[in-house]
Design a protein around this ligand. Structure first.
Ligand SMILES: Nc1ncnc2c1ncn2[C@@H]1O[C@H](COP(=O)(O)OP(=O)(O)OP(=O)(O)O)[C@@H](O)[C@H]1O
Ligand SMILES: [Mg+2]
Length: 451
């Protein structure tokens, strides 16, 4: 164990030594008992709510509190934001609590600290005169009551980025994908939380299940995550979302923080990590593999489900697909595979502007993504509005399909294709594949057919 590690694990002893020396300096040889005590006494919420002159058991009165300097603790207050309100979550620091009694005043020295720099649990100790233990226990329970957690719990945690990155507001029906895929995903989540958690525990495994959504950009992976989150919230689960999209980028630090939240949530948790491949490319990859292997998995006894996404199965391929157990299921989210789905997607994004003649472009949408269809529909609707057409005619829609296809084809020339494909899916269902990479039009552009 190196010196830093040792220093970190010894924080309790260091606090105790500090408190004993402080006691000696203030009160000489008068007796004390060293106790593990409640972290609530250090909480500023308790300290503002419990007023001096509060009467305690045995004719003892509480007379006040003073923060004292302590070389072993930096005073820290952590706030949580369960909605619009900011609430003080916890405080650590060193304090002197004063009490009076007909036979004389007395003090309690108190110090609390995070257990270690990387462990957010709090340890708290108190030095109490031996004949005043009852009064202190009484005071401790007043503090516990005073800081009892606000009843509103936090439901969605966004780790990295702001709430704008992720909104769990997508309805399940808005996601247009083959029913088999959606049903699979949904029933996996429900089966896990309903029965799976117990089964994992029977096997002495942390109930942590891992699903990976794989597919090219724009097929609806983020949308699915958002819809799964909405379902989870309806069932009173907590959602933790890790974004790699802020200034800090994709550091393992975020995953680490998220795992702490998962482990201590006290509720079943849906943990969403988008673009997980980014974490696997960096130096931290060994640590994330440890999480997936179970060595550093969070142990939340109510169950935690990881929903991860990636565009790059070839990064995942090496480290995950070939090593069963790192991901329990790999689910392919493909581009639009048939005309029925293409029709549904187009109909959805044309909205009130839909006309039956639009169905003519449907064959050209097979092989494309939801993002593509949304864009051509929006573009056509804007073009029509700009040209003061009250309806979107087929020509306008075709024009829109053509121009986006052309743009994407030239884009492909600029960006050479990546090879995509799995050796084997770890779910035993054989290779996981989706049709050829970033969608190229499966047909010549509309209008070239000479009809
Ligand atoms: N299957 C789908 N059903 C309905 N709309 C879709 C679908 N796929 C994509 N879209 C539309 O395209 C937008 C982009 O999709 P989304 O962000 O979910 O793609 P993604 O798979 O996460 O892409 P990336 O891999 O680039 O992150 C969605 O907000 C939605 O409007
Ligand atoms: Mg996405």
């Amino acid at each position: 164990m190196d010196a830093t590690n040792q220093a970190q694990t010894m924080r309790y002893e260091r606090l105790a030594l500090w408190a004993q020396a402080e006691w000696q300096q203030r009160y000489g040889d008068s007796a004390y008992k060293l106790l593990w005590t409640s972290e609530s006494c250090g909480n500023q919420l308790a300290q503002t709510r419990i007023k001096p002159r509060r009467r305690l058991k045995g004719s003892v009165y509480y007379t006040g509190v003073e923060q004292i300097p302590c070389s072993e603790v930096i005073s820290i207050s952590e706030y949580v934001m369960p909605g619009r309100k900011v609430v003080l979550g916890e405080t650590v620091g060193a304090f002197r609590f004063s009490f009076s009694h007909p036979s004389g005043a007395f003090d309690v020295l108190y110090a609390s600290s995070y257990y270690r720099d990387d462990d957010p649990n709090i340890i708290s100790i108190a030095l109490v005169p031996p004949n005043r233990l009852d009064a202190w226990v009484n005071f401790e329970s007043l503090c516990n009551e005073a800081v009892r957690r606000p009843t509103r719990r936090q439901d969605v945690y966004i780790v990295g980025g702001t709430n704008a990155y992720f909104k769990p507001t997508v309805d399940w029906d808005e996601v247009i994908l083959p029913h088999a895929i959606k049903d699979d995903l949904r029933s996996d989540m429900e089966a896990f939380f309903k029965d799976g958690v117990k089964i994992y525990q029977e096997l002495n495994l942390a109930p942590f299940r891992k699903l990976l959504l794989v597919g090219p950009p724009g097929t609806g992976k983020t949308m699915l995550c958002s819809a799964m989150a909405k379902l989870a919230l309806q069932r009173k689960r907590v959602v933790v979302y890790v974004s790699g999209a802020d200034d800090d980028g994709a550091s393992f630090h975020k995953i680490h923080h998220a795992l702490n939240v998962v482990a201590t949530a006290g509720y079943p948790v849906l943990l969403i990590v988008e673009e997980i491949d980014v974490y696997l490319r960096k130096d931290d990859k060994a640590r994330i593999l440890n999480v997936l292997d179970g060595l550093e998995s969070p142990n939340n006894e109510r169950g935690a489900l990881l929903l991860a996404t990636t565009n790059y199965p070839e990064v995942i391929d090496e480290r995950i697909a070939k090593r069963p157990g790192r991901m329990d299921r790999i689910i392919s989210i493909p581009p639009i595979q048939d005309e029925a789905l293409a029709f549904e997607m187009l109909h959805h994004y044309m909205g009130p502007q839909w006309h039956d003649e639009h169905a003519a472009v449907v064959p050209f949408l097979v092989g494309q993504t939801g993002a593509f269809v949304r864009e051509i529909a929006l573009h056509a609707r804007m073009l029509a509005a700009h040209n003061r057409q009250r309806t979107v005619d087929l020509d306008t829609l075709q024009q829109s399909v053509n121009s986006l296809s052309t743009q994407m084809n030239s884009g492909e020339d600029l960006m050479p294709r990546r090879l995509i494909g799995f050796e084997a899916g770890s779910n035993g269902s054989g290779p996981v594949e989706y049709p050829d990479d970033v969608p190229a039009p499966a047909h010549p552009p509309v209008g070239d057919e000479g009809d």
